[in-house]
Design a protein around this ligand. Sequence first.
Ligand SMILES: [Fe+2]
Length: 295
Amino acid sequence: MAVKDHSTLPMFVTNRDLSYHQPSLCAPDCKKGLPYPYRTYEDVEEPVFDPSIHLDLEMPEYVTLLPGFIRRTRAEAGDMAPGSLAYSKPFQILSREGIRVLRGIVDREMQELEGVAPTRGSRIALRGLYYSSPWVRDFHSSPKVLDHVSAILGERVVVTHDLPSGPQVNKSVPGLGGAAEFWHWDSIPYVGNFLLNPMEDMEGGELEMIKMEKYAGMAALTEGSLRPQDVARMSYEAPGRMLLCQGSEILHHVTPIMCSSYSCSFFPFFPGRRAHGLSPSSPSPQPTCSSRTRW
Ligand SMILES: [Fe+2]
């Protein structure tokens, strides 16, 4: 059954007033035989995650709000209605040292994907970092990060419990052509993305969003009636700057990347009040140009 709006389903209408701020799930007791190797700080050369060293938390200069995609400074936005953020201007989240550490971890883990064919667009997706990197696990679970993002979103969020694929890194493969991501909307309410490589070496890789209600945007796209002014194009600006987006409500894609680059679709976030309403395993409507679940 195709459902356009999950919030109209009886299950969600009945439980609309319920919320629960679930902390990050712990790792499974059994560490053997998992799809990804489980590593601790004793297994790999990684510094222990330290928010005072690896984070550089900054508020975005402005946010863009739904409906209407209206730009407001964070001060002007005031007490935003929950669910009203469309996207933020990128804001710093990782320090220079944090970027260096994470890039090293990604380079190490990407070696295991050598020879893997790109999927969807022109990218190779690295998953399982929650298990294979203790630093990533601590970063992913950091209360400071969650508090910061919740303050920007104007509602309390929890981090995804889809641990194998929560922290995901996409490596673009130059020369294949086509979009780095097809037009789609996400099956997860909020996603924070940032780059891990310097922008000077990069051509393309901007996030484009259709400034319309998502179904209207899909219709305009497929009918060829989309006007240039209907599309917002955002640069990720610099490594470690997070672009926070309510990808579940916005039709978006990433423009073709002409060089090798690493981007983190790092943090899928769920609002506590809707945590059971949308998830990758929910019967998502998601009429995307691709058949695979993604964010
Ligand atoms: Fe997306």
